[in-house]
Design a protein around this ligand. Structure first.
Ligand code: UD1
Ligand code: CA
Length: 455
């Protein structure tokens, strides 16, 4: 049996979130809870995914248009067994079925695989965990031979059963055939008047099947989200896991509790990341990189030996080896900095290709521009790339020097070895090796009398 059907329950209201957004669309590490579960399911070979939606079904459907899973709607939430029943029609014959939850985001492919390995025509698998405080959870009842016999919900449990600290995580796995034979037998004669999926365990035992208990690697795998407080707590726990993975791979963190990753981050070795940095989307970092405090890096590639100083923002850009940035640099989409470049404080770049060894050290805006190698852009230089309707390009050749406080009106081309006098406004081509001076001539007026105060 190699086919796997993964049913993800996501119909609940999530009342305690106090939100108009369906609970499973709230984000953990920048990604909807449901997407975490779908991604874990994707790692299982030949897995079909079926999401059971209910509250906010339209919103959930609208958030996923790639058709990589099917959705069934549970219009009335009559309990977890009823939710699974809604998905029965979508299940493949002779498949193993795993039940997961859209609000339990950190389940790992490894644990799902362990569950599947425990299932065959005679065995069903149940994911359980021992908790110091089991309150709220269904308790696992074992027989004198230590075999799992039943699950008793908190609200239906006796005082003695409430003492049990092994609990039901809700995750179970069994064959389509067994699931389809037992689900219709589950009733709702219990404290909540709900169809409990957990009753399936006792039915399995009565029919002579055995229930294999499987445990997750980490407790965070089975933690569910019911409130914003729980979401924030799981976020910190997850971020700490990501920080630990990064450190294990050879990057030092000034404080692993003040590190945030929302997406994928791949890094070489011997990097140092100071406090409060946020990495979003897909970021790669070379080796020997140092990142100062409060940096925000989004969908970018950072080369080797790069120094990013405090409060720098880098978005959809590529940074060459040994570049030095910031403090307070803003690198906007489409920037490509060559090796050994420098982009200093209060410099904004956008769609700027900057050749090796070029420097833009202070207080500049360089947008829609292509700079050659070893160009020096003086403080306060502005590329005027926008005429109010269209964007235009500025090209600056190798070894050019742009004096401070220059205004470069695009479209504009400055030849190699060009030299722009400080304070110039330049709007026509500067030929190779020329000095361009575009400013009023200085006049000195001798014997000038200062104004005096009116009587
Ligand atoms: C359930 C288990 C309990 C276990 C706990 C772990 C049952 C009866 N109890 O309790 O043994 O310890 O999970 O967290 O299964 N859902 C639907 N449709 C429904 C009802 C629920 O999709 O009709 C979804 C909810 O969105 C939620 C999940 O199923 O994600 C669990 O439902 P909930 O009612 O919260 O079950 P618990 O009381 O937590
Ligand atoms: Ca409940």
């Amino acid at each position: 049996m190699t086919k796997t059907d993964i049913v993800i329950l996501a119909a609940g209201k999530g009342t305690r979130m106090r939100s108009h957004l369906p609970k499973v669309l709230h984000k953990l590490a920048g990604k909807p809870l449901l997407s975490h579960v779908l991604d874990a399911a994707d790692a299982i070979a030949d897995a079909n995914k079926i999401v059971v939606t209910g509250h906010g079904a339209e919103t959930v459907r609208g958030s996923y248009s790639d058709g990589s899973f099917s959705m069934v709607e549970q219009t009335e939430q009559l309990g977890t067994a009823h939710a699974v029943q809604c998905a029965l029609g979508q299940l493949r014959k002779q498949a193993k079925v795993v039940i997961l939850y859209g609000d339990v985001p950190l389940i790992t492919p490894l644990t799902i695989a362990k569950m599947l390995a425990a299932v065959d025509e005679k065995h069903i698998a149940l994911l359980t965990i021992k908790l110091p405080d089991p309150s709220g959870y269904g308790r696992i009842i074992r027989d004198p031979d230590d075999q799992i016999e039943a699950i008793v919900e908190q609200k239906d449990a006796t005082a003695e059963q409430l003492q049990v600290n092994e609990v039901n995580t809700g995750v179970m796995a069994l064959t389509t055939e067994l699931l389809a034979s037992w689900i219709p037998k589950i009733g709702n004669n219990n404290a909540q008047g709900e169809y409990y999926l957990t009753d399936l365990i006792a039915l399995a035992r009565q029919a002579g099947y055995s229930v294999a208990g499987v445990q997750p690697i980490s407790a965070s795998e089975v933690e569910g989200i019911n409130s914003r407080q729980q979401l924030a707590a799981l976020e910190r726990a997850y971020q700490l896991q990501l920080a630990e993975q990064l450190m294990a791979s050879g990057t030092s963190l000034a404080d692993p509790r003040r590190f945030d990753q929302r997406g994928t981050l791949s890094a070489g070795t011997d990097n140092f990341i100071d406090v409060n940095c946020l990495f979003e989307g897909s970021v790669t970092i070379g080796s020997g990189v140092s990142i100062g405090p409060n940096c925000h890096i989004i969908d970018s590639q950072i080369g080797d030996g790069v120094e990013i100083n405090a409060n720098t923002v880098i978005e959809h850009s590529t940074i060459g080896d040994r570049a030095i940035l910031g403090p307070f640099a803003r690198i906007r989409p489409g920037t490509q900095l060559g090796s050994n470049t420098k982009v200093g404080n209060f410099v904004e770049t956008k769609k700027a290709i900057v050749g090796n060894g070029s420097k833009i050290n202070h207080l500049s805006y360089v947008g829609d521009a292509e700079l050659g190698e070893n160009v020096n852009v003086g403080a306060g230089t502005i590329t005027c790339n926008y005429d109010g309707v269209n964007k235009h390009k500025t090209e600056i050749g190798d070894n050019s020097f742009i004096g401070s406080n220059s205004t470069l009106i695009a479209p504009l081309s400055i030849g190699k070895e060009g030299f722009v006098a400080a304070g110039s406004t330049i709007n026509s081509e500067v030929p190779l090796g020329n000095l361009a001076v575009g400013r009023g001539k200085q006049r000195n007026i001798a014997g000038w009398k200062r104004p005096t105060k009116n009587k």
